[in-house]
Design a protein around this ligand. Sequence first.
Ligand SMILES: O=P(O)(O)OC[C@H]1O[C@H](O[C@H]2O[C@H](CO)[C@@H](O)[C@H](O)[C@H]2O)[C@H](O)[C@@H](O)[C@@H]1O
Length: 252
Amino acid sequence: MAAQRSPQRQRPPLPADDWALFLDVDGCLLDFADTPDGVFVPPALPVRLDALSRRLDGALALVSGRTLASLDRLFAPLQLPAAGLHGLERRHVESRSGPPTAPPALAGIADAARQLAAKYPGTLVEDKRAAIALHWRAEPLAASDFEAFAMAALPQLEGYRLQHGDHVIELRPAQADKGDAIAAFLEEPPFRGRMPVFAGDDLTDEHGFEVVNARGGITVLVGAREPSAAGYHLDDIAAVHAWLGVESGAAR
Ligand SMILES: O=P(O)(O)OC[C@H]1O[C@H](O[C@H]2O[C@H](CO)[C@@H](O)[C@H](O)[C@H]2O)[C@H](O)[C@@H](O)[C@@H]1O
């Protein structure tokens, strides 16, 4: 069933040449699947992102909770500027930063999480090196146990925080978020001086919305999650693709 559109938010304007465009991935560009590797990338999507990036003189970046390596596998051979791990690692046009090293305690916590996940067929622990994500999309009954596990583990990981998401809870370093990554991109060419625009669906995207709103940019909530700081709204991923012109795959 299509998500309800908020009466307060309009559809965003169509992409313009002076935009610095930041796009979330899961739940925004890609439909959810039961596992992180199970997602389908429509062939027209990377083609269109590449064309849009050229139109924006390279000012298009993916901003995701996934690792950069995971993004590169999904969108190969396209490699856009990108922020991974909710802003902890970043690849700019010419340079790369992060991610932080995992603390020794994380390996044992990941093992214990996998043992817990084994009790719930279909669930899994995603190892993102500096972060782990406990996924329960295929078995929602695991949610409370996974959340309790993550909360109990958190004090063992200095400088870490919980990241709640869509059928997932993550243990990740607290030192950066998507807003920090977008702010850093906006300090550098080709993003600097352009109108910032960010589209995303999940709680982690709210950090990006705040930074873009503070700079007078355009923020787009995908789906029906509330509350949100986003100023515009698109119902679902199909609407995102139509907004970006993915359907035809043609460059404008
Ligand atoms: O910031 P995003 O690009 O939206 O990444 C957020 C998380 O996305 C992935 O998990 C989500 O998508 C999976 C595949 O559809 C789905 O199985 C899971 O339930 C979702 O939470 C990714 O696996 C995480 O590492 C990202 O943090």
